[in-house]
Design a protein around this ligand. Structure first.
Ligand SMILES: Nc1ncnc2c1ncn2[C@@H]1O[C@H](COP(=O)(O)OP(=O)(O)OP(=O)(O)O)[C@@H](O)[C@H]1O
Length: 269
């Protein structure tokens, strides 16, 4: 692989007067023990848009994504410096309640991971824990979130069946429904379709496109066609740096950085 330098980068600046920002990072560094995986990444994410994080394996996409709702806290020896600003607060700052923060910044993982409970209980588990007790409101929440995740028609008569009996694609849409049941502002998705067949992938993509009216979506994907199909912005990661960030159409048709061009044209990765 060529040695691309991090000095050669193009990060489109989003003008806060024209683009409402949902979250941004400023000089974010993340280390696992003595090894730094993210070397000072500054990116901003526009509200109600989909941003794709692309790049070769090991480039730091998942580490960066996980840091946006402090999922890396669960990994021993992780150190984070720099800022992650959400609604005027640094989410790593003192006094931040991680549980509360994650209600605003939800996450869906690569492998569908429904709880071993009914479809209904998967969706209502966190809202109930959060104090929602009214049966009608819970029923309504189950229906709206499943509709938003394009799963309602397939499961409405089986809400009390085990979620584990659903297909992989349906389980992933259930995990999306479960995440949006907490009404987050931002939905982080780490390769949500990589374990799915093409038809389920396409349904998940349609679901995400429909969700962006209400949510800001940041998605890690290895699938460049997927990034091109669904995202408004794309960030290209290479060896722990974000080298290019721009509107998706520019990244794929007119990249400004050689490394991006080589990656999107399949010359490495
Ligand atoms: N839990 C961990 N402990 C130690 N090092 C880690 C851990 N997770 C990731 N890394 C290292 O951090 C770097 C970035 O990994 P990361 O998983 O963020 O990249 P990625 O671009 O998401 O890769 P992939 O596309 O393969 O998922 C790699 O060098 C990886 O080995």
């Amino acid at each position: 692989m060529k040695n691309y330098t991090a000095d050669d980068k193009y990060i489109k600046a989003l003008d806060p007067n024209k683009h409402e920002l949902a979250i941004y990072t400023d000089d974010l560094h993340v280390s696992y023990g003595s090894s730094e995986a993210i070397h000072g990444v500054s990116l901003a994410f526009e509200r109600f848009k989909i941003t794709a994080l692309i790049g070769a394996s090991g480039s730091g996409k998942s580490t960066y994504l996980r840091s946006l709702n402090r999922m890396n806290d669960n990994i021993d020896g992780t150190k984070v410096t720099g800022k992650i600003m959400y609604r005027g607060l640094d989410i790593n700052g003192p006094g931040i309640n991680v549980y509360e923060m994650r209600k605003h910044i939800g996450m869906v993982f690569q492998r569908p991971n429904p709880f071993s409970k009914s479809i209904y209980d998967n969706i209502t588990f966190a809202p109930k824990r959060n104090g929602l007790k009214d049966k009608n409101k819970l029923d309504e929440l189950v229906e709206t979130t499943l509709k938003q995740a394009a799963l309602w028609n397939q499961v409405k008569d089986d809400l009390h069946q085990s979620a584990l009996a659903l297909s992989g694609g349906q389980q992933q849409r259930l995990c999306i429904a479960r995440a949006i049941a907490m009404k987050p502002d931002i939905l982080l998705l780490d390769e949500p379709a990589s374990a799915l067949d093409p038809i389920s992938t396409s349904t998940v993509e349609d679901t995400l496109l429909a969700l962006k009216d209400d949510y800001t979506i940041i998605i890690v994907t290895h699938n460049m066609q997927q990034a091109a199909r669904i995202s408004d912005y794309t960030a290209f990661f290479h060896l722990g740096n974000a080298l290019e960030f721009d509107e998706t159409s520019n990244v794929f048709t007119n990249p400004k950085i050689q490394a991006t061009e080589d990656y999107v044209s399949g010359r490495f990765g």
